[in-house]
Design a protein around this ligand. Structure first.
Ligand code: PDD
Length: 280
């Protein structure tokens, strides 16, 4: 595989980063994941806008323009022959020497890494046909979840706990209400109405979420942006989540309680179809 590191396209084994890099030592890095369908990056502008916002919030700087970012994405997709898959992008604050809590001096170059992952069945994911099962866990992450940092230890722990329980993923709960999934935004469906938590610093502002809500409104669905509890979700007609790598994914069980018939509902299935049609 050919990866991108600070201006160079290299075989993955030749891409080397300093042991002092703050991304490695401090988790001082932000990232984006975009999907590729038919060799084309989806939602490029949205992901770039969020990347710029994450960097601004952390006073991180990177000189690449959007055109340059797009050229790197295209080059990697071409060089690796990706038809369906993902592009992972990470910018860390780099390093200027020994470990230090303070940021390095202004002008210290960031470390920019991008690589592709081939996923031949991304759009045709068999999980979308059966739905996934989730457990709930307390949301123990930090309180700036709107910044997409690489500090993903708790989401990793949550996915391991879900796997150990024989389920697929975890939904986080704080103050009695669901915040989001371990790596996705979550929704419940009641009749023709979609309920999803409002945007704040408590959740990541999903790029898939923004587009999906727009398409749902265009399809005359009612949208309510407010918090909901696990109990309300368990009593809903349907539930689903969204992310760049899963698009729209039906949820059929929450904490051992089966939703509806226990198979993906019509609203989630329709929204998945609409999302894939519109975003390709
Ligand atoms: N995760 N919430 C969290 C905590 C996330 O990590 C993600 C994405 C989302 C969905 O955002 P978007 O629609 O922009 O992908 C919500 C990515 C896919 C990941 O970490 O792999």
């Amino acid at each position: 595989r050919i990866v991108y590191l600070n201006g160079d396209y290299l075989p993955e084994e030749e891409a080397k980063i300093s042991v002092f890099d703050r991304g490695f030592v401090m988790g001082d890095a932000v990232y984006e994941v975009t999907s590729v369908l038919g060799g084309k990056v989806l939602e490029f502008e949205g992901h770039m806008a969020r990347l710029e916002r994450s960097m601004n919030e952390l006073e991180m700087h990177c000189d690449l323009t959007r055109d340059e970012w797009l050229a790197i994405h295209r080059e990697l997709i071409a060089r690796n022959g990706i038809d369906e898959g993902l592009v992972y992008l990470q910018v860390s604050r780099g390093n200027a020497g020994d470990r230090d809590f303070h940021y390095p001096p202004e002008g210290t170059p960031p470390t920019v890494v991008l690589y592709t992952q081939a996923k031949p069945n991304l759009a045709d994911d068999p999980k979308a046909k059966v739905g996934i099962k989730v457990i709930s866990l307390p949301d123990l992450r930090w309180h700036r979840r709107d910044i997409k940092t690489v500090q993903l230890l708790y989401p990793s722990m949550a996915k391991m706990a879900a796997e150990k329980a024989g389920k697929n993923d975890a939904w986080f709960v704080e103050g009695g209400y669901v915040t989001e999934g371990s790596s996705n935004n979550v929704y419940i469906v009641k009749g023709n109405k979609i309920v999803t938590r409002h945007l704040s610093e408590d959740i990541l502002h999903g790029i898939t979420r923004a587009s999906l809500l727009k398409y749902a409104a265009e399809a005359q669905m009612e949208i309510e942006e407010r918090p909901f509890t696990i109990e309300e979700a368990q009593g809903a007609d349907e539930a689903f989540f969204t992310s760049a790598s899963a698009f729209v994914m039906p949820v059929v069980e929450i904490d051992g309680v089966t939703l509806g018939a226990g198979s993906p509902g019509p609203v989630a299935a329709r929204l998945r179809e609409i999302y894939l049609d519109e975003s390709r």
